[in-house]
Design a protein around this ligand. Structure first.
Ligand SMILES: Cc1cc2nc3c(=O)[nH]c(=O)nc-3n(C[C@H](O)[C@H](O)[C@H](O)COP(=O)(O)OP(=O)(O)OC[C@H]3O[C@@H](n4cnc5c(N)ncnc54)[C@H](O)[C@@H]3O)c2cc1C
Length: 299
């Protein structure tokens, strides 16, 4: 069945039985049946149409910095947007960019153009599309505060522009998380500022991250969402999990909110660790810790 896809798109953008560990910052994940690395929107449309016609499961991702892919891998097609689709246009205080560009690259471009508002994105390793889907944020900033318009492909293959409340932004969530929408491009409104001050702020954030986060190990960032009224890291630390290991996965000794791939961890090791932390938080503190990372793949 997949051979039909190769008649529609060039073989060089298709990978068969591709290990997802090469495409996630966790460096974890079994193989996906077919991976497609589209170079333009037309190719995304063709793949989405093919999957729709043959009822093949389709998932779209950016650069895999907020994903845990299970050990059995992903059945169907995974479309990776983070290698291409990086066009950016800056017009006054507005930036219009394609979903595949890295958020941090975009933040640097904004700084060079004396545009303020994306400083928070320094050090967030995701794509712009992934950042919109997750409403990524840090240091009191988030995507919600800068995004004014999102163009997404609907499951029907048509494209739709979302504005204002239609985007459903909330803490680490958006409407694009739940409806099989594919984020294609994003319009943001920033404000003119002083380029040196913007860059200084970004350097400060980068320093902070280096000091506090275990950037020397593969991870997917903070594993859990912030429970109302708390921070996940201190809760996990209080429960005694700092440095705790399951197989090759470890709760970072530097920042308990991160689980790191310490030594060839399997997805099951991470899932086991997550389950133990959640159980302890519920039983000992009555707190529900919900994962921020997206767990995907065959169970
Ligand atoms: C060291 C480190 C630090 C981090 N710090 C932060 C932080 O400070 N704040 C923060 O919010 N996050 C942080 N993250 C998490 C992550 O970088 C962000 O959530 C990022 O926005 C995810 O982008 P991505 O392209 O990697 O998304 P992916 O991991 O590729 O995908 C995430 C989800 O979005 C979906 N998706 C991705 N792109 C699209 C698209 N174009 N259309 C439709 N669906 C899509 C995927 O299917 C998946 O469900 C950190 C991660 C690491 C490793």
């Amino acid at each position: 069945m997949y051979s039909g896809l190769l008649k529609l798109i060039p073989a060089e953008i298709v990978k068969i039985n591709e290990p997802m560990q090469y495409h996630t910052t966790f460096r974890i994940g079994g193989p996906v049946d077919i991976m497609v690395l589209p170079r333009n929107v037309e190719e995304i449309k063709i793949v989405a149409g093919f999957c729709r016609q043959y009822e093949i499961p389709l998932m779209v991702f950016g650069v895999g910095s907020n994903m845990l892919v299970r050990d059995k891998g992903i059945r169907g097609v995974a479309v990776k947007l983070g290698n291409n689709l990086k066009d950016v246009a800056i017009c006054g205080e507005e930036i219009h960019a394609e979903a595949g560009i890295r958020l941090s690259e975009l933040a640097r471009k904004a700084a060079l153009n004396s545009l303020s508002g994306l400083e928070f994105a320094e050090g967030i390793p995701g794509s712009l599309g992934g950042a919109v889907v997750m409403n990524a944020g840090a240091y009191d900033g988030d995507m919600k505060s800068v995004v004014i318009e999102v163009e997404a492909m609907l499951p029907s293959g048509e494209s739709q522009v979302f504005i204002g409340d239609e985007m459903g932004f909330n803490y680490r969530t958006s409407i694009f998380q739940n409806h099989d929408y594919i984020v294609i491009s994003v319009k943001m409104r920033l404000r003119h500022g002083n380029s040196d001050e913007i860059k200084a702020k970004m350097r400060e954030y980068a320093r902070n991250r280096k000091e506090k986060q275990p950037l020397e190990y593969p991870s997917a960032g903070s594993v859990f969402k912030r429970p109302p009224g708390y921070y996940a890291g201190p809760i996990i630390e209080k429960l005694g999990f700092k440095g705790y290991r399951c197989g090759g996965a470890e709760v970072s000794a530097k920042h308990a909110g991160f689980i790191i791939n310490r030594d060839n961890a399997q997805a099951n090791d991470v899932l086991e660790l997550i389950a133990r932390i959640q159980k302890a938080a519920r039983e000992k503190l009555g707190v529900d810790l919900l994962p921020e990372i997206r767990v995907v793949g065959e169970e």
